[in-house]
Design a protein around this ligand. Sequence first.
Ligand code: FO1
Length: 315
Amino acid sequence: MDYKVVALAGGVGGAKLAHGLYQALEPDHLSVIVNIGDDFVYYGLNISPDLDTVCYNLAGMAHRTNGWGLDEDSNRAMEQARRLGGDDWFILGDRDLGTHLVRTQQLNSGKTLSMVTRDFCSRWGIRANIIPMSDDQVHTKVLTKQGQSMDFQEYFVHQKCEPEVKGFHFEGLKEAAPAPGIDKIIHDSDLVVICPSNPWVSINPILSLQPIKEALMGKPVIAVSPLIGGNAVKGPLSKMYMELGIIPSCQAVSNHYRGIIKGMLIDQVDNHEKEAIEAFGIITYATDLLMNNDDDRKRLAVEALNFGKSLSIIP
Ligand code: FO1
């Protein structure tokens, strides 16, 4: 089937659905545009957590319980760093460390992040097109109610999402351009799927790149809610909404994507929100959004694709 899909993703929920789409489609008919706002430098190494999480999941080598990092990895390098008084708040597994070593070396030799990612994907046997949102640097800053502007991983991992948030800033975004080819990939696609990722910190950095937002206009775009019954399966999304004075709900998520999406998949437990979301001109489809295993990922992806196709024929 010659049906081309672009997914926007960041974080573990996004990677799970991207993996489902990869199973459901011709593998080379899927492109995944990935958030880089979480990227940072640790021990002098360039870490791209969302890119690695998508790639490791598509290659079937992601850590089974964490969803990030590599399966059956060990932490001996980190244990040694700890013994020597080094940082260990962000755990790099031993084999995962190899990814960051080579990425850093390749970036330092002048390659772009999209070139490095393409090369890694071909070596890992990934046939989908995984693209960072930009080859320029964009850093998500979490603005806290204590008046701090905190690096994303400092907030997310080191401080365990405990600081109360009052907003977000994407440093470098104004100067950043979408990675080469993104415009054409979106243009040539039949459907765009916004994965069940955090709208504030995983999807907003991507959508805040004006050329990407413009390219999406007029395309059939659907989103999958990252909230089920007001709670995120993983991560601080629900807490963020509350701290920002918004009730965490599918309606709140749909409000983020208003004007961009035509349809939204919500969980059956949220079916009572159908009318409120449809009042925004967004058609809903209620199903089971939990992805506990590979079969769930594929089943949800197939449902999203069928829903997307049904919307594409509605003018
Ligand atoms: N998340 C954690 O909660 N603790 C960690 O020590 C950690 C290490 C880590 C290493 C490599 C990687 O690719 C991801 C890692 N993550 C860790 C996940 C990461 O912080 C999040 O997935 C995202 O940045 C949020 O989308």
